[in-house]
Design a protein around this ligand. Structure first.
Ligand code: PBG
Length: 327
């Protein structure tokens, strides 16, 4: 105890602080999400997410050229007229995401491509699965569609598929479909603990996927329930997930920390659109230092147990980190 113990002794110089540092953030920890639209030559900024744009597949090779993160996470954003009741365009082996995967793999075979597997961007009603006559999301009928979507992505060359619809049994259904198609080497990153969060707001603008009626509380996790989140994540592990994910990240660090203690699988945390938009908005008004707060948020997510962080800041963070090393 003080005065015998003085914690500040080890904080006195940069050298001493560097020696005692427990976690470090590097480019290797980051996954860059990316939104793909049909057509060619299309690049549309997402208003609510400054620095993020939707792009057509032909632009991806140039976009990926100087990418220094190990992985990207691809979201398909079909045009409104391509959406229907069951999200059938999602299963197209020559569809938007398949084209994006091929383009990325051709340009940068060294970058891992992960694809989001969910129907919400493809259904006319904006829910993550097909509906029953009563207008509820039909879990079991949705499983086949998610499996078909994952198979299309994997066949196009995706390294991992990332189911995010929060249907029960989706990891098992996808694993079985991939194995049956001879795609047993494609990994599954499960959005295992995905909460019914209001922090997804800006993303729904980016992909036009806000549900046309109701909300997602019938399938995504209740925000108050950590134990339920852990149970759901551990079930995904039993179903054959190779990676688990906690989403959102910063308001859910307790879930991340607890899951870290319960599983030996690698765990990703998703710093979602609302977390990004908050930092951007505050920085734009001079309320926060963007670089310092963004890097702090990412580092703290890692400290709480994430092996990788999915973040719209991935590219920018790599630049900031290499400047820090240089200077
Ligand atoms: C698809 C999906 C969502 C996000 C990732 N995949 C939206 C949702 O569930 O409503 C959110 C990502 C973000 O906010 O950055 N189901």
């Amino acid at each position: 105890m003080y005065p015998d113990v003085r914690m500040r002794r080890l904080r006195r110089s940069d050298a001493l602080r560097r020696l005692a540092r427990e976690v470090t953030l590097t480019a290797d920890d980051l996954i860059q999400p990316l939104f793909v639209v049909p057509g060619s030559g299309r690049e549309e900024p997402v208003e609510m997410m400054p620095g993020v744009a939707r792009m057509s597949p032909d632009l991806l090779a140039a976009w990926a050229e100087d990418l220094s993160v190990p992985a990207v996470l691809v979201f398909g954003v079909p045009d409104a007229q391509a959406r229907d009741e069951t999200g059938s365009a999602a299963l197209d082996g020559e569809g938007l995401v398949a084209q994006a995967v091929r383009a990325l793999k051709a340009a940068r075979p060294d970058v891992a491509v992960i694809t989001d597997v969910c129907l919400c961007g493809y259904t006319s009603h904006g829910h993550c699965g097909v509906l029953t006559d009563e207008g509820e999301v039909d879990n079991d009928r949705t499983l086949d569609l998610l499996a078909g979507m994952a198979r299309a992505h994997a066949a196009a060359g995706a390294d991992m598929v990332a189911p995010s619809a929060m249907m029960d049994g989706q990891v098992r259904a996808i694993r079985q479909a991939l194995d049956a198609a001879g795609l047993e080497d494609t990994a599954i990153m499960s959005y295992a603990a995905k909460f019914a969060s209001a922090f997804y707001g800006p993303f729904r603008e980016a992909v036009h996927s806000a549900p046309g009626f109701g909300d997602r509380r019938g399938y995504q996790l209740p925000v108050a329930n950590r134990r339920e989140g852990l149970q759901d994540a551990l079930l995904d592990e039993q179903e054959g997930a190779d990676w688990l994910m906690v989403k959102p990240a910063m308001p859910y660090l307790d879930v991340l920390w607890a899951l870290r203690a319960e599983s030996l699988l690698p765990i990703a945390a998703y710093q979602v659109s609302g977390e990004y938009a908050m930092l951007k908005a505050a920085a734009a008004r001079g309320m926060l230092d963007e670089r310092q707060t963004a890097l702090e948020a990412l580092l703290c997510i890692k400290r709480a147990g994430a092996d990788a962080v999915i973040t719209y800041y991935a590219r920018q963070a790599c630049r900031w980190l290499s400047e820090e090393r240089g200077g």
